[in-house]
Design a protein. Structure first.
Length: 228
């Protein structure tokens, strides 16, 4: 009974923040329902992100802006995720009819692994997409030969990841350019049956230091950058 009541209370709390009464944050013309900014660690944010693994992390100010700095070893993992997105907002790529948009601002300061420093993953109960990043490029999961050069170490770059309602391809846009820099094909989600969004060092020989200015997403539409 106590467990049921706890679940109801949590549902009410998160429904308040993510339901109709929630005021989305507009970033570059898109209303994002969930926005993490590093005023606190992600697990202390609203809604909270689950931390998986261990590594060094620090809240630091860079160019006057709060950032989250994460450092991990290739042998381990250190990433954040939201599973079975709160209040029923699961990114079902086949049936939602809405699409999904994610955006982050990041810098890759160093890398120690053979498979890049960090990754961004999104999955529904059937399909998943994974973007891998290192200091000088981005590429689809396990497809290093398709790497697209971009210097993520020199400055912060804004990555927008867009999945259309049919969910066949994830498009990656950089710094507001309306032309996609990379397109990633979906894979069958054989690892679990959860819908989730995750970012950071997910293992598999990844490692290094990354710095994040924010991470945001909405399950209410696919919004590529618009030509000025």
């Amino acid at each position: 009974m106590i467990r049921q009541l706890s679940g109801i209370v949590l549902g009410i709390i998160f429904g308040f923040f993510l339901g109709a009464s929630c005021v989305a944050e507009n970033i570059d013309g898109v209303d994002f329902d969930v926005v993490y900014r590093p005023h606190v660690f992600p697990e202390q944010a609203v809604p909270p992100w689950k931390r998986v693994g261990r590594g060094q992390r620090e809240l630091v100010t860079v160019d006057g802006q709060p950032t989250l700095q994460m450092t991990s070893e290739p042998a381990g993992t250190d990433y954040y995720e939201i599973s079975d997105l709160i209040a029923g907002e699961t990114p079902n790529f086949l049936e939602s009819g809405k699409g999904l948009t994610m955006e982050c601002s990041l810098r890759v300061d160093s890398q120690d692994g053979n498979n890049g420093a960090i990754a961004i993953r999104v999955s529904d109960k059937n399909w998943l997409f994974i973007l891998q990043c290192d200091r000088d490029g981005i590429w689809p999961y396990k497809r290093l030969k398709e790497k697209v050069p971009i210097s993520l170490s020199e400055k912060f770059h804004q990555l927008r990841l867009v999945v259309p309602p049919e969910g066949d391809v994830l498009s990656v846009y950089v710094d507001g350019n309306p032309e996609a820099l990379l397109r990633i094909l979906r894979h069958a989600n054989k690892e679990d049956s959860q819908s989730h969004i995750a970012w950071g060092d997910m293992g598999a020989s990844m490692g290094g230091q990354s710095t994040w200015q924010y991470f945001a997403f909405t399950t209410h539409g696919a919004f590529p950058p618009i030509k000025p």
